[in-house]
Design a protein around this ligand. Sequence first.
Ligand code: SF4
Length: 114
Amino acid sequence: MGRIPQAPRKNASEKRTNRKGKLPDLTGGNCLEPEGMHIMDEYLLIRMGKAATAARRRAKELCSTCPVRERCLEDALASEDPPGNWDGMYGGMTPHERKKEVEARNERTSENEQ
Ligand code: SF4
């Protein structure tokens, strides 16, 4: 019996950048380089324990030196609905941090309008 052909498996970074809907423009970002993809894959896949903490720290470091960090973050904050909905790190922020950032900005806006 012949081998059943299978679609190539996508790594976590490919899933992250090919998702439907509006996503931050990652063009020129560190996470599209092979080493950066590996770091983001680890961040997405390792969920528990000290290894997850270390993976999150490496992902934050990657974003902190990214030439398009500001654009990436602002894209994510403006497009993600609801805030913090997307898995993964964008602009150096975790989903929870992005949610908190949008809430803080909304709070500041409503205070300024009063
Ligand atoms: S800021 Fe982070 S997530 Fe955004 S493009 Fe750069 S490395 Fe990728």
